[in-house]
Design a protein around this ligand. Structure first.
Ligand SMILES: C[S@@+](CC[C@H](N)C(=O)[O-])C[C@H]1O[C@@H](n2cnc3c(N)ncnc32)[C@H](O)[C@@H]1O
Length: 227
């Protein structure tokens, strides 16, 4: 496992995330997902749990996973009431090897974390495994057009982010739409909906970050055997 934000950096990140207003993304997300009180939702790479307040009244149970002890500690403090009633559970785990049974979840949400993952395919295979047959997955991340221009621009973009936010950005990998969508389909998902969050939103502090929200469905397995 690599690309995990640890220690002091984790707390710095949590503070930074807390200052930014990401509700514009959450508004779109909430329109896309149809959760209900019977559903079990996996908030993967949950960080300090910024998503939890938005979805807690829409799910039966939220399981928030992060590979950073520091993030788990922050969530345990922040959601102690919900944890005591059992509506929220925090789990320290690597997204590449989830400690859950097959088909355990109705939904998996992964917000602003795909670019931190070192092996996205492994993580998506795991998401596919833990989702029910009619399960859905939502990905929110910065994704770029599949152009030569982007490929040239990406290292400079990362350098700029490193200078602004610190060395942990070095491990980040920003992907093109084509690359990311191939990873989805290779893991067995189909793209149901794709929304580009408007750049011109006044609340969108970093105006040039092209954020996409994908709603993926678990693709039905084709029958195997002789034809
Ligand atoms: C940018 S934060 C996003 C947090 C949260 N989803 C949000 O939107 O505020 C990325 C998080 O991914 C976690 N992370 C990175 N790699 C991971 C992995 N392999 N398994 C689990 N968590 C991971 C980091 O510890 C960090 O908390």
């Amino acid at each position: 496992m690599s690309g995990v934000i640890k220690g002091v950096r984790a707390r710095e990140f949590a503070e930074r995330a807390g200052k930014n207003d990401f509700s514009y993304v959450t508004e779109v997300l909430l329109k896309l997902i149809k959760a209900d009180k019977k559903q079990k939702i996996l908030d993967l790479c949950a960080g300090s749990g910024n998503l939890i307040p938005f979805i807690s009244d829409k799910a039966g149970e939220i399981v928030a996973v992060d590979a950073s002890e520091e993030m788990i500690k922050i969530m345990d403090e922040r959601f102690s009431d919900e944890i005591s009633t059992g509506s929220v559970k925090t789990v320290l785990a690597d997204a590449e090897k989830l400690p859950f049974d097959d088909k355990e979840f109705d939904k998996v949400i992964i917000k602003f974390s795909v670019h931190h993952l070192s092996d996205v395919s492994k993580v998506f295979d795991e998401c596919y495994r833990v989702l029910k047959d009619d399960g859905e997955m939502v990905i929110i991340d910065m994704v770029f057009d599949s152009s030569v221009f982007f490929r040239i621009l990406e290292p400079f973009w990362r350098l700029r982010k490193m200078m602004k936010h610190g060395m942990h950005e070095y491990g980040c990998k920003y992907r093109s739409i084509g690359k990311l969508e191939k990873i989805f389909t290779d893991s067995g998902f189909v793209v149901d909906k794709k929304v580009k969050v408007k750049k011109e939103s006044k609340r969108f502090k970093d105006k040039h970050y092209p954020t996409y929200i994908y709603l993926l469905k678990v693709a039905p397995l084709l029958p195997t055997g002789n034809w």
